[in-house]
Design a protein around this ligand. Structure first.
Ligand SMILES: *[C@@H]1O[C@H](CO)[C@@H](O)[C@H](O)[C@H]1NC(C)=O
Ligand SMILES: *[C@@H]1O[C@H](CO)[C@@H](O)[C@H](O)[C@H]1NC(C)=O
Ligand SMILES: *[C@@H]1O[C@H](CO)[C@@H](O)[C@H](O)[C@H]1NC(C)=O
Ligand SMILES: *[C@@H]1O[C@H](CO)[C@@H](O)[C@H](O)[C@H]1NC(C)=O
Ligand SMILES: *[C@@H]1O[C@H](CO)[C@@H](O)[C@H](O)[C@H]1NC(C)=O
Ligand SMILES: *[C@@H]1O[C@H](CO)[C@@H](O)[C@H](O)[C@H]1NC(C)=O
Ligand SMILES: *[C@@H]1O[C@H](CO)[C@@H](O)[C@H](O)[C@H]1NC(C)=O
Ligand SMILES: *[C@@H]1O[C@H](CO)[C@@H](O)[C@H](O)[C@H]1NC(C)=O
Ligand SMILES: *[C@@H]1O[C@H](CO)[C@@H](O)[C@H](O)[C@H]1NC(C)=O
Ligand SMILES: *[C@@H]1O[C@H](CO)[C@@H](O)[C@H](O)[C@H]1NC(C)=O
Length: 481
């Protein structure tokens, strides 16, 4: 008896032990549909199990597990079985809150607090994303439930096999982009950051464009983008974009997506080269969308110097003085052309056109500087800050250094106004930021002149080299077109 395996196929043991399994087994191991042969195997294995349990502490888990798996393999499923199994799968789809409050203090790290049970796919240098269905989702689709626009913990997500979607689910066909934005879709910097990884994915995946977007902020649904962001998204993905509003879907009705791509880390993880190529694509598409020519023949002979003004907070206190200083320096350089524009009243295409004619962008710190990726590669940016920002504004004040580096521009430094509105507290007291935040920017004629002169000379020298080297005339076509 101790050497059980040889007995497995011996019919004699069957009758002898036939009653034991029902008594001994804690698992639902038998069914009327079992063929005699399978029953024999079962019985023999149970005998084995029984012997084993005499020698070791009762109910050894590995054995029961193996038995269970074995059982599943030999069962001949009827279509009723399959239906019942599919029903169980359907019932087992579990929705979890989109915003996981346990990770409030690490909302942006790792798996973040948005769909916190899921991990991203990430190839070295590429964007961090999740794709459904995929190998890592075991072929399951992404399903969402809830339409809350105020508290993301009331919206939920689940994974489900396409054969066993949750009850009453709506299946949405085509590709869905699900975007997580920690800030908002109105500000052009934060909005663009959320879009960039999708552009990168699009470029790497045969330029596939989405059938719809699902926008989230802290797990709360958002139904629109700011106008500038809407325009650049339309330009990049080829036409009007559909932002899902889940009209006609009730709050507790699941929606599953045939194919979904989820981004929650902006450009995080992308290499500089991959970012630069992504911005190249957006620049090129924006120019096409606005019916601009992709290559300007005369550009090598001209240096476009643009003062891109703001109104209100962080505008120049004395604009005419600033304009005059740059005018003077521009006049000294052959081919230099000065332009003055206001970011508040240019349409999207006017901004795209202005940037395509600019080599040196002169502008105060502010969202309008996000437009710099629309400049030709290797263009220059000069940035201006009001008093107090260096000490108090935190790391966010460097975003335009970053986007310059990512999109292949030269950030030529920043001027920080030493003067500004007085603050009743010490200079590095956080309370002063509320005063400095909306401060205006003065000027230093000596500094501005020297700075403008040196940037102009650098640009001039680079253009001369490029002009002598006709090879830089690239073919006028975008990736993905
Ligand atoms: C499995 O079931 C089908 C139909 O019910 C039957 O034709 C087939 O012979 C069964 N196979 C085994 C190995 O029992
Ligand atoms: C760009 O990303 C892809 C993956 O998406 C990666 O294979 C490639 O190495 C990256 N390129 C660079 C230059 O990092
Ligand atoms: C599905 O919808 C029907 C009709 O709206 C409803 O009666 C039923 O309870 C729903 N089933 C589930 C599981 O929500
Ligand atoms: C940009 O978007 C706005 C609002 O979304 C729209 O009214 C405008 O026509 C768009 N501009 C272009 C050039 O398509
Ligand atoms: C670009 O040209 C096309 C065709 O002439 C026109 O339909 C479209 O409105 C133009 N787009 C813009 C932004 O002017
Ligand atoms: C602006 O600066 C110029 C030159 O320094 C000066 O003449 C002018 O009065 C200033 N304007 C204002 C409004 O301060
Ligand atoms: C744009 O705005 C600026 C500042 O508000 C104003 O001076 C200028 O006249 C405006 N331009 C147009 C074309 O409306
Ligand atoms: C930008 O400048 C670098 C270094 O001078 C040069 O290698 C590169 O070709 C330039 N890129 C473009 C698009 O002009
Ligand atoms: C203006 O800039 C120059 C050159 O950087 C500097 O020497 C001078 O002290 C500055 N003037 C003021 C008033 O800050
Ligand atoms: C100019 O051409 C040479 C040789 O063709 C090349 O090595 C160099 O990178 C080019 N420089 C620029 C700025 O395009």
């Amino acid at each position: 008896m101790a050497k059980a395996p040889p007995e497995l196929n011996r019919p004699t043991t069957r009758t002898q032990k036939a009653k034991h399994p029902t008594k001994m087994s804690p698992l639902p191991f038998y069914s009327p549909k079992l063929s005699i042969f399978l029953l024999a195997i079962c019985v023999a294995l149970f005998t084995l199990y029984q012997i084993q349990s005499l020698h070791s502490p009762p109910s050894s888990p590995p054995w029961s597990l193996n038995m269970h798996q074995y059982w599943q393999r030999v069962t001949n499923c009827t279509s009723e079985d399959l239906q019942s199994m599919a029903r169980k799968l359907q019932l087992s789809v579990t929705f979890l809150p989109l915003k996981d409050l346990r990770y409030t203090d690490k909302a942006l790290e790792g798996h973040t607090w948005f769909m916190s049970s899921m991990f991203d796919s990430h190839e070295e240098g590429g964007e961090q994303y999740q794709q459904f269905p995929s190998g890592s989702s075991q072929g399951r689709l992404l399903c969402l439930k809830g339409k809350d626009t105020h508290d993301g913990s009331w919206n939920s997500y689940a994974l489900s096999w396409p054969e066993a979607l949750p009850f009453n689910a709506t299946l949405m066909k085509g590709l869905t982009f699900v975007s997580y934005n920690h800030y908002n879709y109105e500000n052009i910097w934060h909005g663009l950051s959320a879009i960039v990884p999708f552009v990168s994915w699009h470029k790497r995946n045969a330029c596939e464009s989405p059938s719809r977007w699902v926008l989230f902020h802290w797990g709360e649904l958002r139904f629109k983008m700011g106008s500038w962001l809407n325009n650049i998204t339309e330009a990049t993905f080829g036409g009007k974009q559909n932002i899902e509003t889940f009209e006609g879907v009730s709050n507790d009705q699941p929606v599953c997506f045939e194919k979904a791509v989820v981004m929650r880390h902006n450009e995080g993880g992308m290499s500089r080269d991959n970012r630069t190529e992504t911005y190249d694509l957006m620049r090129c598409k924006a120019r096409m969308y606005c019916n601009l020519s992709l290559v300007y023949e005369h550009k090598l002979q001209v240096i476009g110097l643009t003062l891109f003004m703001r109104t209100g907070p962080r505008s120049f206190k004395n604009e005419s003085a600033v304009i005059r200083i740059f005018e003077k320096e521009c006049a000294k350089v052959d081919g230099c052309r000065l332009m003055v524009a206001y970011s508040n009243n240019l349409t999207f295409c006017e901004q795209v056109e202005l940037m395509s004619l600019t080599d040196i962008l002169v502008s105060p710190h502010g969202a309008q500087l996000t437009n710099m990726f629309l400049l030709d590669r290797n263009s220059s940016v000069m940035e201006f800050f009001p008093k107090g920002w260096l000490k108090l504004a935190g790391v966010g004040q460097y975003v335009f250094h970053w986007i310059a580096s990512w999109s292949g521009m030269r950030h030529q430094g920043a001027w920080r106004d030493p003067d500004g509105d007085p603050c009743p507290y010490p200079d590095d007291d956080r309370r002063c930021m509320s005063i400095y935040k909306h401060g205006k920017i003065g000027f230093n004629e000596t500094y501005f002149s020297d700075w403008a002169r040196s940037v102009l000379h650098e640009v001039k020298a680079r253009k001369l080299v490029e002009a002598s080297n006709k090879s830089s005339a690239l073919t006028p076509s975008c990736a993905c077109s």
